[in-house]
Design a protein around this ligand. Structure first.
Ligand SMILES: *[C@@H]1O[C@H](CO)[C@@H](O)[C@H](O)[C@H]1NC(C)=O
Ligand SMILES: *[C@@H]1O[C@H](CO)[C@@H](O)[C@H](O)[C@H]1NC(C)=O
Length: 471
């Protein structure tokens, strides 16, 4: 081809003195290809331009008088797939645009620009890249082949693969793999040739459990709330014997099942097969955290998906020194994905409409003084790299018994109130006793004369008895 160009170049040079270049252009099947053709045109007149495909005839040409012609295969039913934008002609740019390129468009093109006495010819090699996946939607665990096809196949190209924009280490142009969740996503074939790069992509969808799409996906829930553990199979798959299990922690290789939580409900009765096997926990407890596994049999394949339930709660504590201050801490059973915490004061107006008050950063919230200003709901929002993961809310009751809301913060006050009441009662009893004693003494002193009489009579009697003893 190069020699072809060379010979052609020599001939045209001898006649007209033009230059000959060859350029490679990569284009992904279905995209738009631009075949470059640039000449320094000094002529005052519009040149004649002819784009043709070697051995395939004219693609498009324009005569000096401005008339344009398309090759029959490039203008089916009046829609031109190839065009040469006139706006660029002044700058000596006669590049050809081909829309929606196909594999059969690959090949060598020639661009001839004829000025007054001069003909310039450029050669362009168009290489179409296409990534194909076969079968289109393989079952999890079945064979799948992903191939990077080039048309025409050039010599000395390098091939590398990217899966979801990360390098996938192989230089083969055809990959034979077992379909797995890890293989799903966007496959890009990057072709390198003499410093140039072309790329094409295709998406691989593996049939099986599509939600969650990855094992060990984390599901976040606040203590006391309801949560859905997703397990959705591809739409047309109806798993037989769907089973949910909670896996005991610690067993790294052999997962032994644990008891499912009390509020766990598997979605559908197994008599009615459905592709959605999601389960719910009506009221999450802190101890419900851990690994859950959903599984089912589809066309003889045993499909499973593990997911991680992460439970969030709020610990509140009152420092012993300052009785009316409070510390709230956001606790999660797994913080490996959490990068940030935020506390939001949720305010309700008279109509019960919710709005967000002040926002504070950090895992721990310190309230210097619990007052009417900051009582109510405090929500801890936790964020991962890609945004919010979830939230958990704590109620701070209104102080001074105005609010009947129950909370863990109330217990200390109850103890204090009960203690004080007992103290008051004891004090009251002591006072009553003292009062009664006082009253009794007062009653005796009301009759002092009587007392003397009683006293003297008793004295006289004693004396008489003593004298009788002496006798
Ligand atoms: C409560 O609702 C009424 C009518 O819906 C409205 O006029 C009023 O402004 C609302 N009050 C508050 C405090 O939002
Ligand atoms: C907490 O999460 C729930 C559910 O996603 C949401 O409806 C609610 O608005 C969130 N609360 C705050 C204060 O962000």
């Amino acid at each position: 081809m190069l020699s072809e160009c060379f010979i052609f170049g020599v001939i045209t040079f001898l006649i007209t003195g033009a230059q000959c270049q060859e350029t490679e252009v990569f284009a992904e099947a279905g995209s738009q290809a631009i075949l470059p053709c640039k000449c320094s045109s000094s002529s005052r007149f519009a040149p004649a331009i002819m784009w043709s495909k070697v051995n395939k005839g004219t693609v498009w040409r324009k005569e000096k008088n401005g008339l344009q012609y398309w090759g029959s295969s490039w203008s089916p039913k009046g829609t031109q797939r190839a065009r040469c934008p006139h706006s660029q002609f002044e700058r000596g740019d006669f590049s050809l645009q081909i829309n929606d390129v196909r594999e059969e468009d690959g090949g060598i093109y020639s661009c001839r620009v004829a000025n007054d006495h001069r003909v310039t010819e450029n050669m362009v090699k168009l290489i179409i890249i296409k990534v194909s996946v076969s079968p289109l939607e393989p079952m999890l665990g079945s064979d799948v082949s992903i191939s990077c096809n080039m048309s025409p196949e050039p010599y000395g190209v390098t091939v590398r693969w990217m899966l979801n924009n990360s390098p996938f280490g192989t230089a083969k142009s055809v990959l034979e793999e077992k379909a797995s969740a890890r293989m799903t996503g966007n496959w890009t074939c990057v072709v390198g040739y003499e410093g140039k790069e072309g790329r094409a992509s295709a998406t691989l969808t593996v049939k099986g459990i599509i939600q969650p799409s990855k094992d060990d996906t984390k599901v976040y829930a606040a203590v006391g709330s309801a949560v859905t553990l997703p397990c959705v199979f591809s739409p047309e798959l109806l798993p037989a014997k769907p089973v949910w299990a909670k896996l005991k922690p610690g067993s790294l290789f052999i997962h032994t099942p644990d008891r499912l939580p009390a509020s766990f409900i598997a979605s559908s009765p197994s008599s009615q097969p459905t592709s959605d096997q999601s389960a719910t926990l009506k009221e999450v407890e802190f101890e419900d955290e851990g690994t859950y596994r959903c599984s089912g049999i589809v066309k003889g394949h045993w499909l499973t998906r593990n997911m991680q339930l992460v439970v969030a709660k709020i610990d509140s504590s009152t420092p012993s020194k300052k009785r009316d201050s409070m510390t709230l801490t956001c606790q999660l059973t797994d913080t490996s994905e959490v990068v940030d915490y935020e506390w939001v004061h949720v305010v309700y107006d008279l109509n019960g409409t919710q709005s967000v008050g002040s926002i504070q950063k950090g895992k721990t919230l310190r309230l210097g003084k619990v007052s009417e200003e900051n009582q109510g709901e405090w929500t801890c929002r936790f964020y991962g790299k890609e945004g919010i993961l979830g939230n958990v809310t704590h109620h701070i009751p209104l102080m001074g018994g105005l609010s009947g809301q129950k909370s863990s913060g109330v217990s200390n006050n109850t103890i204090a109130v009960v203690g004080l009441s007992i103290l008051l009662l004891v004090l009251l009893l002591v006072l009553v006793k003292m009062f009664l004693n006082h009253q009794r003494r007062k009653r005796i002193f009301q009759y002092p004369a009587l007392e003397t009489i009683v006293h003297t009579t008793s004295n006289e009697r004693e004396e008489r008895e003593r004298s009788r003893e002496k006798k």
